[in-house]
Design a protein around this ligand. Structure first.
Ligand SMILES: O=C(O)CCC(=O)C(=O)O
Ligand SMILES: [Fe+2]
Length: 333
């Protein structure tokens, strides 16, 4: 792996290997930090919530939630732990950057896991690990409260995700509890660190993608950067204090037989501020069977694909360089 971008970003202009082709670059146009991404108040009545979450998931695939019941101190301590983590001296992070393909292990990389083969690098460092209790022994030991704080936050993120999935089930007519076990068994954490960038118009923190999961629960701060594609236009996701961003993953789009829309999103960089996002991905177990839910399939809405194992899809996803539509292709009917 190459050096973390956070260790050299200050020293030079943007290296060629970070420059995206013209049609993918964000350019100089400031994307408005619109108010149009739905913000859902989870203390509303159940009937209203089902309606609003369904509408947001069909139109945007992405929304923010407030009054969600996650204690604000858990959210702020989590952000603070990741700030401290990314500020640790290189020697403290060195053991996490060692190559390993053990899925239980924690990994800290720059750009993506595929740094050596990818054509263009992403302007970010990323720490990733599973959240399962069996994996905690591999989590960072520093900063001191990492394990305690991140464990508390991951429990809350999963609870929140399951609550939102229940509302979605009710909205599209999938039976209660459908996502409760295997389909959300693996909670994965990704903490992204985007240092200030010498030329944000030419590069990206993450290019356009779908998350290859069921649901993503994301914590950000006051620095913007996340954008969602809506009707061919990029819309900025305005940071709101104490909100979580929720986006529909590609696999949930498949299970809903396209009734829900996976969010296509990307991350732009900026020239003055470090940005950190903490992302919890609700993933199915590798061997779980993914297929359009029987209750959403009808004669007029036939299944878009056959059943497949989640790990088959993921293998395709990574070999197709993160193109979810191509990864689904072999299973389409
Ligand atoms: O940094 C963000 O706001 C989004 C991160 C993201 O899309 C991802 O990690 O998949
Ligand atoms: Fe994402």
């Amino acid at each position: 792996m190459d050096k973390l971008v956070s260790s050299w970003y200050n020293d030079q202009s943007l290296p060629e290997s970070y420059i995206f082709p013209p049609h993918e670059r964000p350019g100089k146009l400031l994307v408005p930090r619109c108010n149009t991404v739905p913000v859902i108040d989870l203390s509303d009545t159940r009937t209203n919530l089902v309606h609003q979450i369904l509408k947001a998931s069909q139109e945007f695939g992405l929304f923010q939630v407030v009054n969600h019941g996650v204690p604000p101190n858990i959210m702020s301590e989590t952000m603070s732990v990741f700030h401290k983590f990314f500020e640790l001296p290189a020697e403290d992070k060195a053991s996490l950057t060692v190559y390993t393909n053990d899925p239980k292990r924690c990994k800290l990389v720059t750009s993506t896991l595929d740094y050596d083969r990818e054509k263009i690098h992403l302007w970010r460092d990323v720490l990733r690990h599973p959240c399962h209790p069996d994996c905690i022994e591999f989590w960072p030991r520093k900063p001191l409260r990492y394990r305690e704080v991140v464990a508390a936050c991951s429990i809350e993120a999963k609870k929140l995700g399951l609550q939102i999935l229940e509302l979605l089930c009710e909205g599209i007519g999938i039976e209660h509890g459908y996502f409760e076990h295997e389909l959300t068994e693996d909670l994965l954490l990704r903490a992204n660190h985007y240092p200030p960038c010498p030329d944000p118009s030419l590069t990206l923190g993450i290019p356009k993608h779908f998350d290859p999961d069921i649901l993503t629960i994301l914590l950000q701060e006051h620095i913007s950067g996340l954008q969602v594609l809506k009707d061919g236009e990029w819309i900025g996701v305005r940071p709101i204090p104490n909100a979580f961003v929720v986006n529909i993953g590609y696999i949930l789009q498949v299970i809903s037989n396209n009734k829900l829309k996976g969010a296509e999103h990307r991350v732009v960089t900026n020239s003055s501020d470090h940005r950190i996002s903490v992302v919890f991905c609700m993933n199915p177990a590798g061997n779980s069977n993914i297929e359009p839910a029987k209750s959403v399939v009808t004669a007029t809405n036939p299944p878009l694909c056959r059943g497949f194992q989640f790990k088959e899809f993921l293998d395709n996803f990574y070999s197709m360089e993160g193109d979810a539509d191509l990864a689904l292709q072999p299973f389409k009917l």
